[in-house]
Design a protein around this ligand. Sequence first.
Ligand code: ZN
Length: 151
Amino acid sequence: MSSELTELYQQVILDHNRRPRNRGRLPTANRVAHGDNPTCGDQCHVYLRLDGDRIAEISFDGSGCAISQASASLMTTQLKGKTAAEAQELYRQFHEIVTTGKEPEEISDLAAFAGVHAFPARIKCATLGWHAALNALKGEPAPATTETHSD
Ligand code: ZN
């Protein structure tokens, strides 16, 4: 990878840390899931509104290391508007990137996390938000009105 690309990808992570996208609870969510990465202390709630099979809206809220929060922010931008099957495929690509460091053929913001593969303990940080989103997709519909924010 060229140093310009490395720089670009570092900027992607920094930018998502400084200005997280889709952060905060989503009042219209009909699916919610919580992810927890105790080895690093990362927490991530994912809220999404499924419209049929499509993710109409998605947001996250959480706390933890820069990698976990930037990855969750990026995840929301990647999954919005996607079907459950498309979300699974994006996660498969992202997981391959963070575990092997292999760059995708096309320039993608997902590749910003390729460097994570050199730090195996950080892979759980990078995938936390994605796991929560996929669990939310698989879970039972949860009426937003009865969802309580216990932590
Ligand atoms: Zn972490």
